[in-house]
Write a new protein. Sequence first.
Length: 69
Amino acid sequence: MRTTSDAVSLSDIMQQVEHQLADRMTEPDSEVLAAGIPRWQSQARNALTQLQYEGRIESVGDGWYQYRR
């Protein structure tokens, strides 16, 4: 993931998380939830929400995030 203040799309974030954690993911992590997304993506989205709550990142558009300055 980039470490600049450039906005990053949710899609890019998910690709990077999947790439970085692929060798540690288990079968339950890949389970598709009722929301239609894999469990690991749900957890990653929860982490994004927590980072927003803590003021570390901000949403700068539909599905775009950046580090808070």
